[in-house]
Design a protein. Structure first.
Length: 164
């Protein structure tokens, strides 16, 4: 909230960096690496990791005008929000339609695409040249992630629930 009201204040940048550090510590304590065998769980940790990256980048952008604010905003939106939206939609769809709470290969591809979309979009914000090409690649990856979600999970959502 401090950044919303004091976006250019040095103390806001410092608090954002402190908040990122505290949340990184929290994320590391969750031992997300232990979930590597189940992408449906691992992606939740990755989404939270994007939150840490985004808040840290926002702190840096607040403290250093040379760092592009758009990189921080896209780490938060494309990275954290986009990843978490797909993580929760896939998990909830599987659970509510009676499917096993385990990611199939296409679900893993969806996750990889959204992570790549966020990474490329941030690279576009940081790039000195070639931003237009990177933006096109990021958009294609983003569309691919959500398009595959529709293809994979759309049919499950319009069919009756399996099992009990």
């Amino acid at each position: 909230m401090i950044w919303v009201f004091f976006a250019e204040a040095r103390f806001a940048g410092v608090l954002l960096l402190a908040g990122a550090a505290i949340n990184l510590w929290r994320l590391l304590r969750w031992r997300g690496i232990a979930t590597h065998s189940e992408p449906l769980l691992l992606i939740l940790h990755v989404g939270y990791g994007w939150l840490v990256i985004g808040v840290a980048a926002l702190g840096v952008a607040t403290l250093d005008a040379a760092f592009p604010l758009s990189a921080a905003i896209h780490a938060l939106t494309t990275g954290a929000i986009g990843t978490m939206i797909l993580a929760v939609m896939t998990r909830v769809t599987r659970g509510h339609t009676g499917r096993e709470l385990s990611a199939d290969p296409m679900t893993s591809v969806i996750y990889v695409l959204v992570i790549l979309a966020a990474t490329v979009r941030i690279a576009a914000a940081l790039a000195a040249r070639g931003q237009d090409n990177l933006l096109v690649v990021a958009a294609a990856l983003w569309i691919g992630a959500f398009g595959l979600f529709v293809l994979r999970y759309g049919p499950l959502l319009i069919k009756p629930r399996t099992g009990s």
